[in-house]
Design a protein around this ligand. Structure first.
Ligand code: FAD
Length: 599
């Protein structure tokens, strides 16, 4: 550590950084970083979501992006803080186009991590706070429409008499959060959703599902949950919230409207989106198209021999349970991830005898440990001490994913020690455990390959007590009329078989042509080189909330909290294009890779 107060250390670094930027001395910029430093930029300088690692890459980003964005006016917000071996500060700054935030971490006077993020576009600020609409008229005039009549007319016209600038396919929480952001930015936006009530996507999930993420982490943009909201709202409470959110935020949705396919018309520089609206074919022509269709596609159901002769109930976990009692039934749940645990517990509560079939090990972390990890930033006590969701989001986003993975490896090792008796009991019950291929636990697993984990909210206890039985390390060989035969030839009596075997990943590209889907490539994943997340290392989620290889095409997908934060970054990128700001994307892939230049 330098012999300076954290505040002075940060101010000294910022002065040197600003000076090097002003002199356009990019070697000097790079020298202000540690050799193994990270710069994560969220649409502030790069018009992209990108993390660069190491001095050479940082120099390249600085040399390319600083001249065209002119970052300046760096000011520390509040007091800098010492955190472990680093000094951390939140900073504001501006570029030609935007007001921005940064989070800086210094070690021994040099920068270890820098995160820069766009917050608002100059001249195109959100109509919030001091810019809120007046509502009541300035003065009366003849023929003035009431709010309700005007709203009804606007709803009717959008997509019919005039085209939306932005079309969002999918009105789950990601679509809603983005549409709410775009609304405040004055971007004409329409959402379409194939369901009659988009929130039914949650209602249709298994009966006893409550959100596993805590509500103080999960506020949606502009409209936080009330103080009496449960820590883990049930899926139906959350679905009701989504309906209310869409109404209160005045979002424009066409329900019962399925996107069949989408093509980009190069000559008109807009999309041709074929939609089946309430059974009638129609075409929408937005400039920007966002798929917020979720990461989960069709349920995956293994094609087991004997499936057709089995005489009991068979269903995928996403299908509703039958009417009537499960009391006394023998139920076999195939799978051992989150849904398998939830469904097994649900069936046990209904009086069934349940056996879970676990083919491969599962990451299990006690729910209290996960809560503790995020409560320090977002929890009720943090808020009572003055932390805001906005600041917490900045700090949360400020760690580059590589550092985050290393941090989770350390945390997971601690959790393994602290909860050793719990894990021992689970193993004794026959359950196979892993802590991730690289020992990093749940969060990195979600970013790489969102499956194979369970945040324990109670089902582990049922397994430990033997109330839910586990057959581990085996698969299912075949079904008979009334039994399930496993690969070790164990035969289990079964009145009910539930396939908690997951879903196809990332269905959105199916609505694009094959050539375009290939050009765009994979969605989600960091390129870790681990199972289902092939390299090369990307450092950011592939194609999520950032420019894709196709002009005007975007994907938004995340948990509720991630969607709150990244919907702003995506909305600003779309707004910038609507108003014609130059948006040169860094880094630009070679044209040979099929990249269409944005901006
Ligand atoms: C069982 C379960 C529990 C989860 N619990 C949590 C949790 O506690 N906290 C958390 O943060 N995350 C949780 N997640 C993860 C994630 O947040 C959810 O999957 C969430 O629903 C994703 O939101 P979304 O808006 O991206 O997609 P979705 O909610 O899936 O919404 C996508 C919408 O797109 C529509 N759509 C799809 N295709 C088309 C088309 N061709 N045309 C028109 N509309 C279309 C669908 O009808 C749907 O309404 C959970 C996931 C699952 C499966």
């Amino acid at each position: 550590m330098l012999d300076l107060s954290p505040d002075r250390e940060v101010k000294q670094w910022l002065t040197a950084f600003d000076d090097a930027i002003t002199r356009a001395d990019f070697d000097a910029v790079a020298q202000l970083f540690l050799p193994q430093a990270f710069w994560r930029d969220l649409a502030a300088l790069t018009w992209n979501i990108v993390t660069v690692e190491g001095r050479n890459a940082i120099r390249d980003l600085a040399e390319t992006c600083i001249p065209r964005t002119a970052p300046r006016s760096w000011r520390v917000v509040g007091a800098a803080q010492s955190r472990e071996d680093a000094v951390q500060a939140i900073v504001t700054f501006e570029t030609e186009a935007a007001r921005c935030h940064a989070v800086i971490r210094l070690k021994n006077g040099r920068c270890w991590t820098l995160m820069t993020a766009a917050a608002e576009l100059k001249g195109f600020e959100e109509s919030c706070g001091v810019r809120r609409p007046r509502g009541a008229p300035d003065r009366y005039h003849r023929g003035r429409k009431s709010w309700a009549r005007q709203r009804a007319q606007d709803v009717w016209e959008l997509g019919i008499t005039h085209q939306p600038y932005c079309l969002i396919v999918g009105a789950g929480h990601c679509g809603l959060a983005l549409a709410a952001r775009l609304k405040q930015l004055g971007v004409p936006t329409l959402m379409i959703d194939k369901r009659e009530r988009p929130s039914d996507g949650w209602r249709d999930r298994h009966d006893n599902l409550s959100l596993h993420s805590p509500s103080w982490f999960d506020h949606m943009p502009y409209l936080p949950y009330p103080e009496n909201w449960p820590l883990h709202p049930s899926k139906d409470q959350f679905a009701n919230w989504l309906d209310a959110y869409a109404t209160v935020m005045e979002l424009d949705i066409w329900p019962k409207s399925e996107c069949l396919n989408a093509d980009f018309d190069l000559a008109a520089d807009e999309w041709r989106v074929q939609v089946l609206r309430d059974g009638k074919a129609t075409e929408l022509r937005p400039k920007q198209l966002v798929f917020a269709t979720g990461l989960v596609g069709k349920p995956t159901i293994p094609d087991l021999p004997g499936k057709h002769i089995f005489r009991g109930e068979q269903r995928h976990a996403s299908s509703p349970p039958r009417d009537g009692s499960y009391a006394g039934c023998d139920c076999v749940v195939i799978g051992a991830g989150t849904t398998a645990h939830d469904i097994s517990a649900e069936l046990w509560e209904a009086g069934a005898r349940v056996t879970m079939i676990q083919r491969s090990p599962t990451i299990v972390v006690r729910h209290e440990q996960v809560l503790a990890g995020i409560a320090a930033l977002y929890g009720d006590e943090a808020r009572a001490a003055g932390m805001t969701t906005e600041t917490a989001d900045l700090l949360f986003a400020s760690l580059p994913h590589r550092v985050e993975v290393e941090m989770h490896q350390r945390l997971t090792a601690q959790i393994k020690d602290q909860d050793a008796p719990f894990y021992e009991k689970l193993r004794n019950a026959g359950f196979l455990l892993t802590f991730g291929e690289d020992g990093a636990g749940i969060l990195p697993q979600i970013l790489r390959n969102p499956s194979g984990y369970y945040m324990d909210v109670g089902a582990s206890e049922l397994i430990i007590d033997g109330r839910i039985k586990v057959k581990a390390g085996v698969g299912v060989k075949r079904l008979t009329e009334r039994t399930v035969i496993l690969t070790d030839d164990t035969e289990l009596a079964a009145d009910v078989v539930v396939y908690a075997t997951g879903f196809e990943i990332a269905p959105a590209p199916r609505m694009l042509s094959g050539t375009m889907a290939t050009k765009v490539g994979r969605l989600w994943g960091l390129g870790s080189g681990l199972r289902n997340d092939p390299g090369p290392w990307e450092g950011e989620l592939r194609n999520i909330c950032k420019p894709t290889a196709q002009r005007g095409l975007w994907f938004h997908s995340n948990g509720v909290a991630g969607s709150r934060f990244y919907s702003r970054i995506l909305a600003l990128q779309i707004k910038a294009r609507q108003v014609g700001l130059p948006t040169p994307v860094y880094p630009v892939s070679e044209p040979a890779a099929g990249y269409i230049q944005h901006g």
